[in-house]
Write a protein that binds this ligand. Structure first.
Ligand SMILES: *Cc1c(COP(=O)(O)O)cnc(C)c1O
Length: 570
């Protein structure tokens, strides 16, 4: 199952975005950060894997927020040559009948024992391509459907071809991390037919390809599923009657739906939390959909003060994440002081970057994630007067926000503006900061430096969520709607607190006033009193967050599940 060398009988992991480190600006949010954590754990765990993504020379945008609370985007080129190594191998794909030449750049991800998982970034910016084709790998989630589908041809078909050029001939499992990569199935269909000496693909080929493919779906939000018109698909992919003739596989009606393509062509399919598995089985009736709950990579998300603390008390924690269970034996005082160190670092950043002078002793609540309406980042301001009264009477709170909205997500931009307006109108009552340009470094600082992690998605829209897991690893309990991973991680009063009705299923969806009322009631009646009047018990909750949730919601446990249930490595 686990090998000492990368012997080329690998897993090929395909993802539209991969977040490896701050300097490599090829990720926008959760999907990319998860991909980076997954690859790091594969390297730690010696899973023979190679990963493929696109280069995005122009990066994901840098965020600035005007005094009016409106987000502006700035280009964010990054020095590719400083971070990645160019490969000599070349390949090409057909896009709209044109030949687009491709190269790959490599970054090695090294695990704790020196095992390496290479990540290949595909680049179409070559002089032999037309000006337009050179831009196809410039922007992450930029452009229209036509641009996006062209990118997906490069990722899926180009990705398989470049791996073959690089010598990966015995890939056992192709893992599609979300539907963007699903066109890779067409390339392996072609390979299978060619190997049998045919040009046309058959139903047997489809079955053979299905045996090699693994598909992970990441969102229950319909807009999150990539769809293209059949006309566009024929234009961009080419008029392959044999593909389009496989009724119901490449398309349904007039739509090429990348999620359905992934579902139909995979032998193993999973959602990213138990509840997301259930929801996915309802959305995609008739498919056998398992669930592997996401995690985070402990080495990447444990802050320096906690890493030092774990090194002293649980020396094996990086190698054996389950051993974080023994956080239970770390003295309370040491946990509190490690947390205070992480908190000081965050409050120092808030002072410098946002000019807000926050206080170390005050209950600090964090909320940072992509700004989009279903995440309801402004729920805590629904009754701003009540929030101000709670802070005055029950005990003071201060709030730290961060998050980018997709440039075309006007609802997300509105949400940021509403948080800004609340910040202004509450300026005499509560200290609030909105930190610009959310990134992995900032994510690490916020998830470890606040006292309470707030999460308010509209159920069942949060497939998993991972930032609460980062918080848990650092002894920061969650205060969250019971959705995504929190359904599994929540033990009331022991690992954190729930918002809203714990009876799930019925009545899900948007009930902002009920959820806000529940939030205020518990904040006022339970959390604030515990924080200010029973430090010992609050620290108990912090310790259980690490011991129960940090030890489980990590990518080491997640990777073990993929190896056992999805990859079938032998
Ligand atoms: C962890 C992380 C995310 C994902 O957070 P969710 O809670 O899954 O929404 C997004 N962006 C950055 C920069 C992160 O570090």
């Amino acid at each position: 199952m686990v090998r000492d060398t990368n012997d080329n009988s690998s897993v090929a992991y395909f993802s539209m975005e991969i977040g490896l480190d701050e300097g490599i600006n090829t990720y926008s949010g959760g999907l990319g950060v998860l991909a980076g954590d997954t690859i790091s754990s594969a390297a730690d765990f010696k899973v023979p894997m190679a990963a493929v993504t696109l280069l995005y020379r122009k990066g994901h945008f840098r965020q600035e927020i005007g005094a009016d609370g409106w987000q502006r985007e700035e280009a964010a080129d990054w020095p590719v040559e400083e971070h990645l190594e160019e490969m000599d191998e070349r390949t090409a794909v057909e896009v709209e009948g044109r030949r687009v030449h491709l190269r790959a750049w490599k970054r090695d991800v090294t695990g704790i024992d020196g095992f390496v998982v290479p990540v290949y970034f595909i680049d179409s910016d070559l002089p032999e391509n037309s000006h337009w084709d050179r831009t196809l790998t410039h922007y992450l989630y930029g452009g229209d459907d036509h641009y996006r589908l062209s990118q997906e041809v490069i990722l899926g078909i180009g990705g398989v071809r470049i791996l073959r050029e690089l010598g990966y001939d015995e890939i056992k499992s192709f893992h599609m991390n979300e539907g963007h990569a699903a066109l890779l199935t067409l390339e392996i269909l072609d390979e299978t037919a060619r190997a049998a000496g045919r040009r046309e693909i058959t139903e047997e080929d489809r079955k053979a390809v299905q045996e090699k493919c693994v598909f992970t779906t990441h969102t229950p939000v319909p807009a999150g599923h990539d769809k293209f018109s059949i006309d566009l698909a024929r234009k961009v992919i080419g008029d392959r009657d044999d593909f389009f003739g496989l009724e119901g596989i490449l398309y349904q009606g007039e739509v090429l739906n990348m999620t359905y393509l992934g579902l139909k062509m995979s032998r193993y399919i999973n959602g990213v939390a138990k509840k997301h598995g259930e929801v996915s089985r309802l959305i995609f009736a008739g498919y056998c959909i398992d669930a592997i709950t996401n995690g985070v990579h402990v080495g990447r998300w444990v802050s320096a003060p906690f890493a030092e603390l774990f090194d002293r008390h649980i020396p094996m924690w990086r190698r054996d994440n389950f051993s974080l269970r023994y956080a239970l034996s770390i003295p309370h005082g040491e946990v509190s002081s490690a947390h205070m160190e992480a908190k000081r670092r965050l409050l120092g950043y808030v002072r410098e970057e946002a000019g807000v002078e926050m206080e170390e002793e005050v209950l600090t609540i964090g909320f940072a994630r992509r700004a989009t309406p279903y995440k309801r980042g402004d729920l805590i301001f629904r009754d701003a007067d009540r929030l101000a009264r709670i802070s005055q009477e029950a005990g003071e709170v201060q709030l730290i926000f961060a998050g980018k909205a997709h440039p075309r997500d006007l609802g997300g931009k509105e949400l940021i503006r509403r948080i800004f307006q609340a910040k202004e109108s509450l300026r005499d009552d509560i200290k609030i900061a909105y930190l610009e340009d959310y990134s992995m470094t900032l994510g690490g600082m916020i998830t470890s430096g606040v006292d309470l992690w707030l999460n308010t998605p509209e159920p069942p829209m949060e497939a998993s969520g991972t930032s609460g897991m980062k918080a848990a690893l650092n002894g920061v309990p969650s205060f969250s709607v019971l959705d995504g991973w929190w359904v599994e991680g929540h033990i009331e009063g022991l690992t954190g607190w729930s918002i809203g009705d714990p009876v799930r299923g019925r009545g899900e969806g948007r009930d902002n006033s009920r959820d806000a009322a529940s939030l205020y009631k518990k904040l006022e009646g339970v959390i604030i009193p515990l924080f200010y009047q029973d430090k010992e018990r609050f620290t108990d909750v912090m310790i259980h967050s690490i011991a129960i949730n940090g030890s489980f919601f990590n990518t080491q446990r997640m990777m073990q599940e993929y190896v056992l249930n999805a990859y079938y490595l032998r």
